[in-house]
Design a protein around this ligand. Structure first.
Ligand code: 13P
Length: 247
């Protein structure tokens, strides 16, 4: 039986999907449910942030490393905060790949978010070829070290980490609960080399083809503190099942 003092967190990453009507449907489903056991965060595309009227936790999918100014297409922490955003995803593999965000930039964005009072959800994760090459743990350690170096270990207690193996994102090929636990345990131990208290209190989410049908097994692992949900977060019924599985 799992014993953990960490409060579970389930975040919906809509990516470039959704609609105003889906925002309403999801909001209705969430406010009617009893979700006192879990923090639920909705990260829709920017314009839909203003569609959520109830007191739900909102997150953004990206933030600029700059405070303001001539950065066309970017969004600042201050703008996000005007829309009651409390969390921001940084370092998602899709941004690392499509927008060439490297470890250094991801760490800078995490720092900018923290300094503004936002909670960064920092994503790390390997491709299939990295896993196959036997470099899994050194690859993940480098991603973690960039963040710890930039933030300093003490500030890391205010971030959320998300382990998202790229080969499991949107593929229907979920990491097994054992595979997820192995990596989450490694992540906690790696952080624990710098500070055991920070490592023990940090929430580490799993992301990659989580559904209502597999969430309980994944979240039941000792070091898995919830999930970052893509496709299934677009289905209010399934997303609710996932939130309910985070006991
Ligand atoms: P899927 O749940 O669609 O696999 O996406 C996971 C993800 O990338 C969440 O950030």
């Amino acid at each position: 039986m799992k014993v953990s003092s960490r409060r579970p967190l389930v975040a919906a990453n809509w990516k470039m999907n959704g609609s105003k009507s889906l925002a309403k449907q999801l909001e209705n489903a969430l406010v009617q449910a009893d979700l006192r056991h879990v923090d639920v965060v909705i990260c829709p595309p920017f314009p839909y942030l203003s569609c959520f009227e109830h007191d739900l936790k909102l997150g953004a999918q990206n933030v600029s490393e700059f405070a303001s100014g001539a950065h066309t297409g970017e969004i600042s922490t201050a703008i996000l905060q005007e829309f009651s955003v409390k969390y921001v995803i940084v370092g998602h593999s899709e941004r690392r790949t499509e927008h060439h965000e490297n470890n250094e930039l991801v760490a800078s964005k995490a720092l900018v978010a923290l300094e503004a009072g936002l909670i960064p959800i920092v994503c790390i994760g390997e491709s299939e070829s990295v896993r196959d090459s036997g470099e899994l743990f050194s690859f993940l350690a480098a991603q973690l070290d960039a963040v710890m170096d930039k933030l300093g270990i003490t500030r890391c207690q205010d971030i959320v980490l998300a382990y998202e193996p790229i080969w499991a994102i949107g593929t229907g090929k979920t990491a097994s609960p054992e595979q997820a636990q192995e990596v989450h345990q490694f992540i906690r131990a790696h952080i624990g080399k710098q500070d055991k208290h920070v490592a023990a209190s940090m929430r580490i989410l799993y992301g990659g083809s989580v559904k209502g049908s597999n969430a309980a097994d994944l979240f039941g692992q000792q070091d898995v503190d919830g999930g970052l949900i893509g496709g299934a977060s677009l289905d209010p019924d399934d997303f609710l099942k996932i939130c309910q599985a985070a006991k």
